[in-house]
Design a protein around this ligand. Structure first.
Ligand SMILES: [Zn+2]
Length: 182
């Protein structure tokens, strides 16, 4: 390993805070998108809002039948929304194709299409993850961290229904990833 890279890695490691004391903001920075795209529509791929937060009762067992049903509904609803959006995108592109004889218009259209294709790709991957999550609901394995086995938590799962890791393991993975790529 070249000395420069080694130094960079070890200085990063030295700054790494212990455990869960990592501020969220510093993690977000690496993936934060430039603010230069205000016109992008909200996509179903950004998350699912069509549910009421689960009314947690004190002492209620984690992932009991009601909670599993709650997340099954969230996952199915989100999947439906994503599939509808994929359909709309396909139809939109079919309708718009070859509608622009002007080369400049066509260039604009092509970049718009490539954006839509990327979104569709994201959606397809998400649908796959949702299917996996649904299978784990059926298997009674949903809601536990793949890495350490702890409960991922109702609220975190509502925010990220396809989460397979607890926030601590996810955070650690992101730090490691950042060290590998940054
Ligand atoms: Zn974990």
């Amino acid at each position: 390993m070249p000395a420069r890279t080694k130094a960079a890695v070890s200085s990063k490691a030295a700054r790494k805070p212990a455990g869960k004391a990592v501020p969220k903001a510093s993690l977000k920075k690496a993936t934060a998108k430039p603010a230069a795209r205000p016109h992008r529509r909200r996509s179903a791929a950004d998350g699912f809002m069509g549910f009421t937060p689960y009314p947690l009762k004190k002492g209620e067992p984690y992932m009991n039948e009601n909670q599993r049903m709650h997340f099954r509904n969230i996952l199915l609803g989100w999947k439906r929304e994503l599939m509808e959006e994929v359909d709309r995108t396909v139809h939109h592109m079919q309708n718009e194709a070859a509608n622009f004889p002007d080369p400049n218009d066509r260039a604009t259209q092509e970049s718009e299409f490539s954006l839509e294709l990327r979104t569709r790709d994201r959606e397809r991957k998400l649908i796959k993850k949702i299917d996996e999550a649904l299978a784990s609901v059926e298997a009674g394995e949903y809601g536990y961290c793949d890495s350490c086995g702890v409960e991922i938590g109702i609220r975190r799962l509502e925010a990220r229904p396809t989460a397979t890791q607890c926030i601590d393991c996810k955070t650690l993975d992101e730090i490691r990833e950042k060290q590998m790529t940054g």
